[in-house]
Design a protein around this ligand. Structure first.
Ligand SMILES: [Zn+2]
Length: 636
């Protein structure tokens, strides 16, 4: 039954109404559908939940057959009640939890959904892809995800770190030096613009999901943790091979990108429940029958592990998850409800620029304290140090591992239109790529992909500062307000050198590998195509914006100390000129629909094999999952 896989799969969804119960008027249930939704592809044996749901007047009933073979639902109302304590009000739903199919090819699901007014027939299909083969499987998979990192972010980091002479880059980033580079689309199941939850989850499951959702398919259920699941790469490989999972992030570990490797929820903001599920489903006992094999969880987020009410705690019963449905626990072999540290900081970690200020013991211009102290986290590691530590732990598992490393603040600082903090973050992320590559060369049998989940802010390199930094500092504030009637002369906009006047910015790079300061003559200037309102000074911003993922206790302290909550508040009284946001008003810049670059590398026992070549060209984001799994299962 050898069937070569197809990367693009057609999908058929037919809804045929009819089949009236005799004598009943034709209201019929509405919104009847089969889940998983369109274009769903799964690996041979990869687990996923199947659901038939519809809206109407209960009691409800349903039947389901896959390839014509009737299947037993594992939960549902079975015609006796109006709701099953899982489905949303007004909906009936029937679940087949933990389904998997071992036969490659297209499979057809036929279902009937009935309420008191009649029945609706519906049909859908899904694709099973066989990516296994006889090649030597890649033992370790390392995904380095620069959140929000588009092409321009990479270029900016290279320009700052190495400079350019007479048109020629003076050096290349670790990312640049990976041999296989292509483009990846970034769309989610319900929009051309993704957020980080489905943006990461599509690489970890092979399925698109709706914005805000990770490791699940959309469904009308009352609790986001009850949504139909799709098995993660880490879960699949842990189950079939006994691999470990490592998650390293500069964000709060509760944030969407790390969670979208290990936590199944329809609400990325269900903080308490998200963090509990990491631990509940890590399979710390090593049974190998369920769970992610989560062994390393490193980042910020101490607030989720402190008791509610304690300083710095964000735990809340409103975002906890109740006991999961019994059939979900049984079908996924989950344990009944039951330390992973280190967590560096209460919420998101601080950004490189602010960590480096403390490490250098040099206050940023215009500040009297170190931001990391104000954040109650004076001693935070750099991303490459965390990556190194994670690899030392994970390499002990001879069966291999999946490691995801996230450079989270490339995105977060792009949202906040703080170019200097973005660029330092990108350099920090690139250092982590260098560590991963070194590991791959030493250990062999490792595949690395470096990519983003989406681009953020329409980041663009518009030119460089003319007239010098002293001249810029001497310009008076423009006293603009967000009132469009007030339009002062924009003196700060006269310093933007474009074309020839941009010349070649040249930064002083210190032994730690980062620029001494961004405020140099000829500074690289960044614009944003998806911006919110802001006051632009072109100078380094002394304080970061209050991080949205901090506990409320610390946010209050920061506001009292002069930190701002949104970019437009930041420079108003100081030096900026007002730039009106195109994408949002008084809010942050937003994600864009641009393709993002992927760069790949791979090592085998006899030197680099050529798995990385598979990442050339333009590919849809879910392809990345199938290519990585093909490497892991010997298909390349
Ligand atoms: Zn974002």
């Amino acid at each position: 039954m050898h069937r070569s896989s197809k990367w693009r799969i057609g999908f058929i969804s037919m809804l045929s109404a009819g089949v009236l119960i005799s004598g009943v008027a034709s209201a019929l249930p509405s919104n009847v559908r089969i889940i998983p939704p369109g274009s769903a592809r799964f690996l041979v044996g990869q687990k996923f939940d199947v659901r038939v749901e519809g809206r109407g007047t209960g009691p409800f009933s349903a039947t389901i057959a896959i390839d014509g073979v009737p299947q037993e639902f594992t939960s549902g109302v079975q015609g006796s009640n109006e709701t099953d304590e899982i489905s949303s009000a007004g909906y009936g739903g029937f679940n087949l939890r933990g389904y998997g199919n071992d036969i490659a090819g297209t499979h057809t699901v036929t279902a009937t959904f009935s309420d008191t007014t009649g029945s609706v027939n519906t049909q859908a299909s899904f694709e099973i892809v066989d990516v296994s083969g006889k090649h030597r499987p890649a033992k370790n998979i390392i995904i380095l995800l620069g959140d929000g990192m588009g092409v321009a972010h990479r270029t900016a980091a290279r320009l700052v770190k190495y400079g350019v002479t007479e048109g020629q880059p003076n050096g290349y980033l670790a990312i640049d030096r990976l041999p296989g580079t292509g483009l990846v689309t970034t769309h989610s199941l319900n929009s051309i613009i993704t957020d980080s939850a489905p943006g990461m989850a599509c690489y970890a499951t092979g399925s698109h999901s709706n914005n805000g959702q990770e490791g699940v398919n959309p469904a009308n259920v009352i609790n986001p943790f009850y949504q139909p699941r799709v098995e993660y790469m880490a879960e699949y490989l842990h189950r079939v091979r006994g691999t470990s999972l490592g998650l390293v992030t500069s964000a709060d570990v509760e944030d969407a990108t790390p969670a979208a490797n290990a936590v199944h929820t329809g609400n990325r903001n269900a903080g308490t429940g998200v963090c509990d599920q990491y631990l509940d489903e890590s399979d710390a006992e090593g049974t190998g029958v369920y769970g992610t094999g989560l062994t390393v969880l490193m980042g910020g987020g101490r607030r989720w592990f402190l008791p509610a009410g304690q300083f710095g705690s964000s735990r809340s019963s409103s975002t906890d998850y109740d006991n999961l449905p019994a059939d979900l626990v049984a079908a996924w072999h989950l344990p009944s409800r039951g330390s992973l540290d280190p967590l560096f900081g209460y919420g998101n970690m601080n950004v490189a620029l602010d960590k480096l200020a403390k490490r250098r013991d040099t206050l940023l211009p215009g500040t009297t304290t170190f931001a990391v102290d104000d954040y109650h986290a004076p001693d935070q590691p750099m991303l490459e140090e965390m990556t190194q530590s994670a690899l030392q732990v994970l390499r002990r598992n001879e069966r291999g591992f999946v490691l995801m490393v996230e450079g989270a603040h490339i995105d977060k600082q792009s949202h906040l239109m703080d170019a200097d903090r973005v660029i330092d973050e990108t350099i920090e992320f690139d250092n982590a790529v260098g560590v991963a590559r070194q590991f791959a060369e030493e250990a062999g049998d490792t595949v690395i992909v470096v990519l983003a989940d989406h681009e953020c802010s329409g980041f663009s390199l518009i030119g460089a500062l003319t007239g010098g930094i002293k001249h810029l500092r001497s310009l008076p504030p423009d006293n603009a307000t967000i009132d469009p009637a007030v339009q002062p002369e924009r003196q700060k906009s006269t310093v933007i050198g474009t074309y020839d006047n941009a010349a070649f910015p040249r930064y002083n790079i210190l032994p730690d590998g980062y620029p001494e300061t961004f405020d140099i003559d000829g500074k690289l200037l960044i614009g944003y195509g998806a911006n919110g309102d802001r006051y632009e000074s072109w100078l380094m911003k002394p304080l970061p914006i209050v991080d949205s993922l901090l506990p409320d206790d610390i946010k209050s302290e920061l506001r009292a100390a002069g930190y701002s909550d949104v970019p437009y508040q930041r420079e108003e009284s100081r030096y900026g000129y007002f730039i009106r946001g195109q994408a949002t008003g008084r809010d942050q810049a937003v994600h864009t629909a641009s393709d993002i670059p992927v760069s790949a590398y791979s090592t085998g026992p006899d030197g680099p094999n050529r798995i990385y070549e598979q990442f050339y060209g333009v590919q849809t984001n879910t392809d990345v999952f199938f290519k990585l799994m093909r490497a892991a299962l010997g298909g390349f």
